[in-house]
Design a protein around this ligand. Sequence first.
Ligand code: HDE
Length: 690
Amino acid sequence: MSNGATNHGAGGEPHQQASGDEQVLTTNHGVPVSDNQNSLKSGRRGPTLLEDFVLREKIFHFDHERIPERIVHARGSGAHGFFEATADISELSKAAVFKKGEKTEVFVRFSTVAGGAGSVDTPRDVRGFAVKFYTTEGNWDLVGNNIPVFFIQDAIKFPDLVHAVKMEADRAYPQAGSAHDTFWDWASLMPESTHMLMWAMSDRTLPRSFRMMEGFGVHTFKLVNADGHASFVKLHWKPRLGLQSTIWDEALKLQAADNDYQRRDLWEAIDTGAFPQWDLGIQVFDQAFAEAQPYDVLDATKLIPEEDVPVRIVGTLTLNRNPDNFFAETEQVAFLPTNIVPGIDFTNDPLLQGRLFSYLDTQNSRLGTTNFHQIPINAPRCPFGNFQRDGKMQTQVPKGRANYEPNSLAAHGEEGGPRESRDRGFRTVTAPSGSDEQGEKLRVRAELFADHYSQARLFYRSQTPAEQAHIASSFVFELSKVGLLDQVPPRMVANLRNVDEDLARRVADGLGIDLPEKAPAAREPVDLPSSGALSIHKNMKETLDGRAVGILFAEGSDASTLDSLVAAVEAEGGKAVLVSPKVNGAPLSDGSKRKADGQLAGTPSQLFDAVAVVVSEDGCAALLKEAAAVQFVMDAFGHLKAIGASAEAQPLLDKAGVQKDEGVTTPDGSFVSAAKRRFYDREPAIRMLA
Ligand code: HDE
């Protein structure tokens, strides 16, 4: 504050004043504020006065701080970064973003779909993976998911899908989960959703971290080269850290341990310089290939197996800066599938076509103005201008009279404004070879869209046995939560019989119902060769990079074992997190003291990829009386993690029911290598999977 006046708080105590050269607190209209603690009253104990514009402006603004949350993908986490094109694909696309060596600024937002903005990070749910590229030729938004297919084939079904999956209309629960009546009622009546359901019931919807999941553009798009030649393309993001998912029990417990598990993981990784990276891959094909497939490439419930069209890497995405302000950036960012640039184009995928309308429309209701593109996070980084004018929250101040076109103002020495460019401007490609079929106006779907099961079967049969067991168990779990609608679980199992008889039997068994009649298929499914790319387990990386190791210690723990373990974990790129009953740590064997990073009761083992227990005999005896310590070890074992324990810790392991296997080691080098993986083979012995 520049004046030296004394302010008095409620208790009459003087508040600390800012020194003379600090910025003065003002109203939104620039008037310096003398007292930010007390409203203006008539007399010491009298009513507050309406003329108190400082109070009214502050409360007025606060009252309007929230904006409508996104109807889907409300909970999200964002980050800044850049995309670097690493391959020359000028024969395919003229887009500036793909020019080899070009670095393009990006903003990325990851999200869950069904939950509200304040919901948790780890429900079983699809994750959004939306990337805004601020290219030199305008913004390109690749608004994708972490699953390459979708629930529906036509945009007209989207409101039904979303209504069914979100909390039920009368009771407003459950939040952020599909395990309830209305979702499965709808899904069991929509055979086209079956392929996506297979993915949704797999561990793909339980990613360990945003940094360890793939991203997909889902739809078929077009790449267009300088000669106007178009190719079809599917877009993939491949995480440098490999794929890693949690398991269901772990995800449930993560919700309790940390609502913000994935948001925190992303923030901390970037904050500590462990910048997440993905490679962008393309699958390119032509009309002849499209016509030869047993599915329609315009159908968003189908993927193109990587074995048929290999993924070619064309660039790398690096996230290297956290947002400065969550609301201004992550909340206000507006992704639009209509944001494409010269060199990229849409196809007639009827789901994509519907999205082209939806996103522009939703931004107007969410951000309240057609000028949302002027908000810094949405504004192109390249020059932009046209003759669109005015509207709510207009921040640009165009000069002169040129707000129409054509005009000849320049001939008179006035500013005439921008003009269209035939050569630089975006041009929609004419159909590459008859794919954009036109004809009568019909409310129909193309014939091959009717095959709802072949790729669902492909997905299921491409999984490892452990992954198949997780899928079957997820169906059982979710359908067991269908409370009132008895007809739904058998109807779903009837659909699953078209996918795989064994899967259907396992789900029926798990639910304790008779195997229902097979549902009639609109088109008989066919067997396709299996695809390793669809499995998480076949695409994991044995690494500590990006992984966290929890090390439980207590009073009397051996100092050198503890220190060398921390060093070994860190040497492999892992994060070592010390956990102890007291956050201030405990004196070790040599009398020295280590501070803990987390207090045991608030730092359960589900937060880690592997755990070690380094304790003395006495320390272990004390921990035996602490349920959180027993749970720490029991959950690590149940979540199929490596456990490195000193001999003195054996009583704790015994109490936690840990059985010796290759994942249970001493807390040394053997643990560090075990910590790079999970022990899925352990599961059948400890969990009743379907
Ligand atoms: Fe979205 N979707 N969507 N969606 N979607 C939205 O747009 C919509 C679909 C996706 O981080 C909304 O700005 C329709 C597929 C992501 O801000 C809304 C249809 C895919 C995000 C909308 C789909 C997505 C959204 C809500 C069927 C994967 C979050 C707020 C035709 C390829 C973006 C908003 C962010 C958000 C509509 C289907 C991905 C309402 C009508 C398929 C990642 O406009």
